[in-house]
Ligand binder design. Structure first.
Ligand SMILES: Nc1ncnc2c1ncn2[C@@H]1O[C@H](COP(=O)(O)OP(=O)(O)O)[C@@H](O)[C@H]1O
Ligand SMILES: [Mg+2]
Length: 329
């Protein structure tokens, strides 16, 4: 039998009508069966896959967007939800041991949710990711979705906010109805935006009410979707918010070891004349976030290309760094 992860991917992509993902998952199942020397089954599956595919193309429109019926804001027609691509995997994200094990624990709970349920328990579903900007909170939500083979759906807080006068609760209800009906990873990215005062005192009361509506809906939510809110450390949410979440996962800027691993991942395939293990090179990036480091590296690689060099050199990195700092001042 194909592994649980593959079966989940297969069924999930089928339900969503995502033909590309369905095909990829089917091919992986076939490969797995062939490796186990189940050749008859593998041949049969291949016939099914490629045979049906041709027919499907004619009378069936598999769309990339299986989740088509996204609710929108009645006032301005803006969508309240948006599907995000899910591409990156666990190996692509560099985290501290603590953060990684917190995430792994959550993933394990979901992979073994049947066992938990048989004991009357549920996996952690309402998660708060916090930490400074650019350290992988949003990326981690993508990886949760990928690992659990769920679509990633961004809750457009801007659409919610723009319609605060009266309609907010109704919009939120639509969002929660949707994520109750469809199992997804629902990302409330930069959740603190909801609590930010927009400087317009007339709006303040409405904002406060909106935060309360979100919190009430979070409390009342018992569906299958995973809800992930992200926020920056600096804007601490009050206790009323924190206690609503099953788990709080903290993200941090990378230490020297993590910087080395990040360099290795981000510079894979780039020819270079230095070692990513070097303390001297990693030390250049001390104090920067993962996203900052990625941006500096991109700058450095661009320079390497534009100056016609074959190898990335430490000088390119130093140059890019000094331009980055200049940028920030
Ligand atoms: N921990 C990390 N490991 C690898 N790449 C990262 C990490 N954190 C950030 N990045 C890179 O920076 C980009 C922006 O990071 P993001 O996840 O949006 O940060 P945050 O949500 O914490 O502000 C990511 O898409 C990824 O390319
Ligand atoms: Mg983010």
């Amino acid at each position: 039998m194909a592994s649980g992860k593959l079966l989940r991917q297969l069924i999930n992509s089928g339900v969503r009508g995502d033909s590309e993902a369905f095909r990829a998952a089917s091919e992986a199942v076939i490969k797995e069966e062939r490796q186990k020397k189940h050749h008859l089954l593998a041949n049969d599956l291949e016939r099914l896959l490629y045979g049906n595919y041709a027919e499907a193309g004619q009378n069936h429109t598999f769309g990339r967007h299986g989740l088509t019926e996204f609710p929108d804001n009645k006032d301005n027609g803006l969508p309240l939800l948006e599907e995000r691509p899910v591409v990156r995997e666990e190996k692509d994200i560099i985290l501290s041991d603590d953060t990684r094990s917190a995430l792994n624990e959550i993933l394990l709970e979901h992979n073994k949710s049947d066992v938990l349920k048989s004991y009357g328990m549920k996996p952690s579903q309402k998660l708060l990711f916090c930490g400074p900007p650019g350290c992988g909170k949003t990326m981690a939500a993508e990886i949760v979705a990928n690992t659990l083979s769920l679509p990633l759906v961004l809750v457009r807080l801007d659409s919610l906010i723009s319609s605060f006068l009266g309609e907010t609760a109704a919009n939120l209800r639509k969002v929660f109805d949707f994520i109750t009906r469809h199992p997804v990873v629902a990302l409330f990215d930069e959740f603190d935006a909801l609590t930010k005062d927009r400087g317009d005192s007339a709006d303040h009361g409405e904002l406060k009410r909106s935060v309360n509506s979100v919190l009430q809906m979070l409390d009342g939510y018992h569906g299958e979707s995973i809800l992930i809110a992200t926020t920056n450390y600096e804007t601490l949410l009050d206790h009323a918010v924190w206690r609503r979440f099953d788990e709080v996962v903290r993200f941090e800027t990378p230490n020297l070891e993590q910087i080395k691993r990040l360099l290795e991942v981000k510079l894979a395939g780039v020819r270079r004349n230095f070692n990513t293990e070097s303390r001297d090179v990693a030390g250049l990036f001390k104090g920067l976030s993962h996203a900052d480091i990625e941006r500096v590296l991109r700058r450095a690689v661009k320079e390497m290309i534009l100056t016609g060099r074959e190898f990335l050199e430490v000088a390119h990195i130093k140059d890019a760094l000094s331009r980055e700092y200049r940028h920030k001042q």
